[in-house]
Design a protein around this ligand. Structure first.
Ligand code: NDP
Ligand code: AKG
Length: 450
């Protein structure tokens, strides 16, 4: 059995039932095989064995009271995965599907993504199996306060700096920060994605979606093409999807779909983004409400999706941006996209394509931008927020946006160059994994056995 296969088998025994985590580890380890052959020092220093083991995992009870006076209990998590490059950095996810394996896969991805940004941030992630849907503002606040009552003792501006992810937006960050400040008696940059009123950075809200589109722009440039006039499929209608669509419109492309966990909207004339923002950001509603304004749009409820995939990927388009959640794009979906002439797939979400779908994209020669590279604009801008907080400064929108563009361009170039160096030009999965891994591994060696 190969060293990589043996490592994964061991992981399955010692961390049982964490399938998403195995998927994320396999993706990285299989791509770095050529590097491990070239540099035996990584095996001599047991870098892989150390990397797949989080430095610290915190699991805690989150008790809170609902509006009817009933006591509810959720499971809270923070995984401080790797601090070789800097303080742990990564979002918090509030979603009923959250479990230890999901947080572990997200934390593992975050290590390499953060390394790729070239900024001094380590990898972490957290969350709770709490469902914010249908909860009142007061319930959300009590939940966030209870969550932070445990988390506050583990985080700090130089140790671990959480942010948002699925189900955690500016409202939740506000309640979390308020409780942190009350308990710690400190006003510092311990969370990112804060409101512009009290320490947030311009562009953080937009950064993941904008960054994914800047990454797509680099990919199209390399093909001697542009985004101008291109039809784009988007999944999701949350933070990442909305600001990806906004930037696509800015650059002359046309997003024609979006989705939420209940169904998919397809609108041939282009998604009405103001309406989606109103439904999802302001009213926290469901996407089928879109049809009340646009009777000519198509809505497919989730129950009517094909058995082996997602309706959104069955439409014809030039580019696809999966921006909802992990494993939302199956092998069958990848086949449909490619058969329909889609030439560029750019992941706004974390690990949205199954391994079989990724393999198909790579074999087909389509341009494929893996999430850990393409969606790194969010965490990179979070780091820019940390810099502004530490220096008590505020940069304007254009300044942060320019820095974001540069960072995305550098990530793209780094992944592309590394893929070429290892004899797999245009395989950005291999390029991103090797480029990210190498930085973390070298830092770990320099810091000794810790
Ligand atoms: N926010 C950020 O800065 C970053 C986010 N990401 C990744 O991007 C993705 C989206 O995050 P974000 O936009 O912040 O989250 P949001 O909570 O703002 O939006 C998530 C969107 O995806 C849909 N969705 C979530 N879970 C599922 C599911 N199980 N099945 C179908 N649809 C689902 C939601 O539908 P509904 O409205 O019905 O819940 C919603 O439309 C995630 O993978 C996240 O990890 C990556 C980098 C940074
Ligand atoms: O901004 C951050 O710190 C976290 C972003 C995040 O969770 C992610 O990149 O997946």
């Amino acid at each position: 059995m190969s060293y990589i296969k043996e490592t994964i088998e061991k992981l399955k025994q010692t961390s049982p039932a964490q399938v998403e985590f195995y998927q994320a580890v396999e993706d990285v380890l299989e791509s770095i095989e050529p590097l491990l052959e070239e540099r035996p020092k990584y095996r001599e220093h047991s870098i892989i064995e150390r990397l797949v083991e989080p430095e610290r995992q915190i699991m805690f009870r989150v008790p809170w009271m609902d509006d009817d006076g009933n006591i509810q209990v959720n499971k809270g998590y923070r995984i401080e995965f790797n601090s070789a490059l800097g303080p742990y950095k990564g979002g918090l996810r509030f979603h009923p599907s959250v479990n230890a394996g999901i947080i572990k896969f997200l934390g593992f991805e975050q290590i390499f993504k953060n390394a790729l940004t070239g900024l001094p941030i380590g990898g972490g992630k957290g969350g709770a199996n709490f469902n914010p849907k249908g909860k009142s503002d007061a319930e959300i606040m009590r939940f966030c306060q209870s969550f932070m009552s445990e988390l506050y003792r583990h985080i700090g501006p130089n140790t671990d700096v959480p942010a948002g992810d699925i189900g955690v937006g500016s409202r939740e960050i506000g309640y979390l920060f308020g409780q942190y400040k009350r308990l710690a008696n400190r006003f510092d940059g311990v969370l990112t994605g804060k409101s512009l009123l009290w320490g947030g950075s311009h562009v953080r809200k937009e950064a993941t979606g904008y960054g994914a589109v800047y990454f797509a722009q680099c990919m199209m440039d390399d093909k001697g093409d542009s985004l101008e006039g291109k039809r784009c499929l988007i999944s999701g209608s949350g933070n990442v999807a909305i600001y990806a669509m906004e930037k696509l419109y800015d650059l002359g492309a046309k997003p024609v779909s979006c989705s939420d966990s209940s169904g998919t909207i397809y609108h041939e004339q282009g998604i009405d983004l103001d309406l989606v923002k109103r439904i999802k950001e302001e009213q926290k509603g469901r996407l089928d409400e879109y049809l009340e304004t646009h009777k000519n749009a198509e809505y497919t409820p989730r129950d009517d999706y094909p058995k082996d995939g997602h309706t959104v990927w069955r439409y014809k388009a030039d580019l696809a941006f999966p921006c909802a959640t992990q494993n939302e794009l199956t092998e069958k979906d990848a086949q449909s996209l490619l058969e329909n002439g889609c030439k560029c797939i750019v992941e706004g979400a974390n690990m949205p394509s199954t391994q079989a779908a990724v393999d198909l994209f790579i074999e087909s020669g389509a341009a494929y931008g893996p999430g850990k590279a393409a969606n790194a604009g969010g965490v990179a801008t979070s780091q820019l927020e940390m810099v502004q907080n530490a220096s008590m400064l505020r940069w304007d929108f254009e300044e942060v946006d320019e820095k974001l563009k540069d960072i995305m361009r550098n990530i793209y170039q780094d992944a592309k160059r590394t893929a070429e160096d290892f004899g797999h030009p245009s395989n950005l999965v291999l390029g991103a994994n090797i480029a990210g891994f190498r930085k973390v591994a070298d830092a770990m060696i320099e810091q000794g056995v810790v």
